[in-house]
Design a protein around this ligand. Sequence first.
Ligand SMILES: O=C(O)[C@@H](O)C(=O)CO
Ligand code: MG
Length: 260
Amino acid sequence: MPRFSANLGFLFSDRPEIERVAAAASCGFKAVEMHWPYHVPALDMREALAAHKLTMLGLNMPVGNAPAGDFGLAALPSRQNEFQNALVQALSYGSTIRASAIHCLAGIVSPDDRAAAERTFIANLQMAADRAGEADMTILIEPMNRRDRPGYFLQHVEQAAAIIGQAERRNIRLMFDCYHVEITQGDLITRIKTHLDLIGHVQIAAVPSRAEPDEGEVNYREIFQTLDSLGYQGWIGAEYKPRGRTEDGLGWLSELSGRP
Ligand SMILES: O=C(O)[C@@H](O)C(=O)CO
Ligand SMILES: [Mg+2]
């Protein structure tokens, strides 16, 4: 059956980020992923991960000026210097904690700027992929739904696939977050089958609640079986907002995935 990682941006969020590492391990997770752990010294984080023998998957690039509305820089034509600085920070932190991937957030763009945004996104992704490749890391891009992220440049799986094709770098991969894709597009199983070769990571949450994947409109038992039958070798990130204590909501792991 598929392997599951704990997304420490959302799971165990009732405690400081570094303590979430131990909590994930004690609940049986073998891998974790993070959103923005930059406030924790990277060497401390590396030590915590090593102490609990956890595989570190991806982390997000800094988003830019969040209070001003930024949510990523990669597709913003006038912000390429800031993008490069954010990339340096992400690669430095990520390689110290031995992450295998960096999520490169596209950003919020106005509908009038989409052509320039696409050109910028591709150029920035090429540069990011080349630098990440030197550290044996992958660049992930993730379509996000416009209800949660109005104006986010990357909204559709097919748009992401086309951009990956144009960027022509083997270490750029699709982060297929079932929660976002279900809200924007649906047809999850067909999209997973069609784009399997591009998928570098999968994430899950209930739709529409974004809670544990044991409620709502997505049949995750079927999704997990599909990934399994297709021979998906990657991880599935539990990126949901727990209804209560994270520990109390992990029953889905055995109920839906067959994991003991
Ligand atoms: O789906 C999400 O929101 C995340 O994967 C992310 O990286 C930005 O919060
Ligand atoms: Mg996600």
